[in-house]
Design a binder for this molecule. Sequence first.
Ligand SMILES: [Ca+2]
Ligand SMILES: [Ca+2]
Length: 205
Amino acid sequence: MKSNQKGFTLMELMIVLVIIGILAAAFAAVGGSMFGKTKDRAAQAQLQSLAVMLHAYRSIEGEYPDDRLPKGVTTNRFNSHSEALYLALFHPEYSGERPAQDWLVNTDGDESTSNLTVLQTRELFEIGDEWGNPIVYFESLHYSDKTGATVQAGEDEYYEEQQVSPVSHERTGSFYEPNGFQLVSAGSDGLFETEDDLYSFETDS
Ligand SMILES: [Ca+2]
Ligand SMILES: [Ca+2]
């Protein structure tokens, strides 16, 4: 009788342990996805505030920033759309609001031959997203360029060459934001043109 009693208690203990295990796993899953969503929201908010800066840029300069590097800036073939946006917003003569400096990344590690910005560095930065990948900037004037953007991006700072094109409606093939610009983040997977990508505009998919 005594040993039966003991066995029963052990069984109870094991059931309790299993329940605790299940609860812990459930909590980790929910907590993990909540953390992921928080980062997504921050990334989306960042794209929105960058978009506001570009509208301000247009009202000050009369046009949106060029998404091509200025003449005379020769560098590698990576990240040029993002670097052009950085150079425009950090141009010494630009008087509008600039992105926070801790947004800046340089995933292709390049430099310009002279200092072109208000910052005391020749590093040719990109404006980075929440995951440290360049935000790709497309100005509507050049949506139809066949080449698109060549970007060094990836997960956990493991960068790979990626080709990115402006986003168009699935059904009609016409570009979103035909008279403005597109800002595109690769999202948490670090890969462009996958489902978790984030945009500065609403899409119908
Ligand atoms: Ca760069
Ligand atoms: Ca993605």
